[in-house]
Ligand binder design. Structure first.
Ligand code: ADP
Length: 177
């Protein structure tokens, strides 16, 4: 990522994050309660490289982040090898196995593939700081929260697009900054 002068327009994380107002909601997984089939449908209906995991849809409290690739590989492996894992199996990212009815299919436990400390900034974090963090930590994406609730995501490409937009819109201020 290039120099940060471009951001001295005081852009904030909320100006760069997705989803934008008109976009579909952030695609998230819940730490329990979704089935293998539901997770597959969500993953396959999008092209996102990763999915935040939240406590529940209501709380939107962040638990971790899973990569699309790791999800697909784990589900595929489990379907092939893990005794009894089927579409109706519950996917769990929690530490402990969920309590389920006796006749429920065995759960698929995926805590192992989740990044438990994904990088986050708040919606009001200035973009020059966010860009600095991306560069220094070599991040691919970062999550955006407000009062502990997950709001959105910023990828490296989102930042590059935003920089290009600023450069097009406002070349003078970059030259003279
Ligand atoms: P890239 O930005 O490198 O193409 P992605 O394919 O993961 O990476 O993301 C494509 C776009 O979708 C980006 O603008 C990103 O902010 C957004 N995005 C990424 N993950 C999600 C998600 N889980 N839900 C909604 N939007 C997302």
């Amino acid at each position: 990522l290039e120099a940060k002068e471009e951001f001295e327009h005081s852009s904030l994380a909320v100006d760069v994050m997705r989803p934008r107002r008109a976009d579909p909601a952030l695609a998230v997984l819940t730490q329990e309660g979704m089935t293998v089939g539901e997770v597959e449908t969500l993953v396959e209906s999008t092209h996102y490289s990763g999915f935040p995991v939240v406590v529940s849809q209501e709380s939107q409290r962040l638990v971790g982040f899973v990569l699309r690739r790791d999800l697909l590989i784990s589900i595929d492996n489990a379907r092939k090898r893990q005794e009894g894992v089927v579409s109706a199996s519950q996917v769990v990212f929690t530490e402990h196995a969920p309590t389920q009815p006796d006749d429920a299919p065995p759960p698929l436990r995926l805590r192992g593939i989740m990044d438990l400390s994904p990088f986050t900034v708040t919606d009001h974090t200035p973009m020059d700081i966010t860009v600095d963090i991306f560069r220094k930590l070599g991040l691919r994406q970062c999550l955006v929260t407000h009062n502990g609730r997950l709001l959105g995501i910023i990828t490296k490409k989102d930042i590059l697009k935003h920089m290009a937009q600023i450069a097009n819109r406002d070349p003078e201020s970059i030259l003279f900054n």
